[in-house]
Write a protein that binds this ligand. Structure first.
Ligand SMILES: *[C@@H]1O[C@H](CO)[C@@H](O)[C@H](O)[C@H]1NC(C)=O
Ligand SMILES: *[C@@H]1O[C@H](CO)[C@@H](O)[C@H](O)[C@H]1NC(C)=O
Ligand SMILES: *[C@@H]1O[C@H](CO)[C@@H](O)[C@H](O)[C@H]1NC(C)=O
Ligand SMILES: *[C@@H]1O[C@H](CO)[C@@H](O)[C@H](O)[C@H]1NC(C)=O
Length: 418
């Protein structure tokens, strides 16, 4: 893994000149916008078009760390796996994710499954060694509750070997901790869309959106980061981003009653864009924002989409995830294939957008999607303590521990390359 490997997924085009970078950022958004202007998409506003012109392979692009491709493999049950790296007593675990306390029947089994890549091993990271190796640095998780789930997993893993921690909120974070013996800080910045958004209602004096008949919605400023993480790029040495399921959440962003209305430079984008086009713009702008402000040697990672496993309906239609074991390759394709357009179709669609926009950027892609698609057994399900089943977040300890193994393998690989 220490080998220098040109195949590592990172398109590390380093552009040190700020003005040049800004120009590129500005120009590309301009180009995207002018593309939209050419294509008029009024019908797409009320019926979001979920098909894209990117081939299916985009969601399965090869991920290598060192000489290993971690994305293809299988889950192997290890009866002897002694215990998790931390347990249900870690206080940072959100109650709904604490499957042991929630009495989920397979809570003990979830951590006995190990991801075995086809041609190598993905070792469990060593928390003591990690604290030593990443002394005096700071890691920021920026994204939705799935990134918080991953952040909590990392916190609990480190906390189990080092309990002198200071709890605080670095750079406007929702929560954060410094492991005092090592001066290693980890923080979680909460943001659903990355871009700033808020309620919008028609103005009595009228305007471009009003004249198109819009009355209520959400204003999404594609060029402005949410304040919760605006300071994160200049603060942290390692950044790991995600955004995803909120873009496909009609229960909040109802395409008719409360659509997303995109703004650029304070002005509504006309004609209005459907959410998937808005996502491209936001990704483009936010990637520029981070590249302009992050420290020169910062490691910037974008995590791919975490799959949901609702079967028999979506979360608000009585859907559930009662499986007690990982599902087969065939079942995975059945649930997630874009052509099937099932309940959880956003999983691979989000990735198509991410890969399209991230290629050519200075971000490393952390692909956790395919390995997670098998883990229908690892959600809180009915043990989440909500009225509906939680088939979106992950039990802790659980799957996001494996994401962190992969994350940390990437970090070591990047460090060895430099
Ligand atoms: C969705 O987009 C695809 C590709 O651009 C197009 O072929 C198809 O007709 C569209 N479907 C709808 C319902 O707009
Ligand atoms: C996919 O399914 C949704 C809801 O089940 C439907 O509204 C949409 O039109 C479908 N999209 C395509 C491209 O078939
Ligand atoms: C889990 O089981 C224990 C022991 O039977 C019980 O005391 C506790 O209330 C249960 N918790 C939940 C959330 O059902
Ligand atoms: C602690 O780590 C931060 C980076 O997170 C660094 O800026 C700071 O100088 C370190 N403090 C000491 C005392 O080394």
């Amino acid at each position: 893994m220490a080998a220098r490997d040109p195949n590592l997924v990172t398109s590390a085009k380093k552009i040190p000149l700020f003005p040049l970078l800004s120009l590129i950022c500005f120009t590309s958004v301009f180009l995207i916008l002018s593309q939209f202007r050419k294509a008029s998409i009024p019908s797409a506003l009320t019926s979001p078009n979920r098909s894209f012109d990117i081939p299916d392979e985009a969601s399965r692009s090869t991920v290598r760390v060192g000489s290993c491709d971690y994305s293809d493999g299988s889950w192997v049950y290890d009866r002897k796996a002694s215990s998790a790296r931390y347990d249900h007593t870690c206080k940072e675990i959100f109650k709904g994710w604490n499957c042991r306390l929630g009495n989920k029947s397979n809570a003990g089994d979830i951590v006995k499954w190990r991801w075995k890549p086809d041609h190598c091993d993905l070792p469990q990271f060593d928390p003591v060694r990690f604290l030593q190796d990443y002394r005096d640095s700071s890691i920021g998780f920026v994204g939705d509750s799935l990134n918080r789930n991953m952040f909590v997993s990392l916190f609990c893993s480190l906390r189990s070997v080092s309990n002198e921690v200071k709890k605080w909120r670095p750079a406007g974070a929702d929560r954060g901790f410094t492991f005092l013996l090592y001066n290693l800080t980890i923080a979680y910045h909460r943001t659903n869309l990355l871009a700033r958004y808020g309620r919008w209602s028609a103005n009595a004096h009228g305007g471009a959106l009003e004249s198109l008949g819009f009355k209520e919605g959400f204003r999404v400023d594609v060029d402005i980061p949410e304040s919760t993480w605006a300071q994160a790029p200049s603060f942290h040495d390692i950044l790991i981003f995600n955004t995803g399921h909120w873009w496909w959440a009609p229960s909040k962003f109802d395409p008719v009653k409360s659509p997303m209305l995109f703004f650029n430079k304070g002005q509504p984008i006309i004609p209005p864009l459907p959410p998937d086009r808005g996502l491209d713009l936001v990704l483009e702008r936010m990637i520029c924002y981070v590249e302009e402000r992050s420290k020169s040697n910062a490691v910037k990672i974008f995590r791919t989409q975490s799959p949901r496993h609702f079967e028999g309906g979506d979360w608000d239609q009585g859907g559930s995830c009662p499986r007690l074991q990982p599902i087969s390759t065939e079942q995975v394709e059945n649930l997630f294939s874009v052509n099937n357009n099932g309940t959880n179709v956003e999983t691979r669609l989000v990735n198509e957008h991410l890969y399209k926009v991230l290629s050519g950027s200075g971000f490393v892609v952390l692909d956790i999607t395919h390995l997670s698609e098998f883990r229908a057994d690892a959600h809180p399900s009915s043990a989440g303590g909500k009225k509906h089943d939680d088939c979106m977040h992950w039990c802790l300890p659980g799957l996001t521990d494996t994401w962190n193994d992969l994350f940390i393998a990437h970090l070591y690989s990047i460090r060895n390359r430099n």
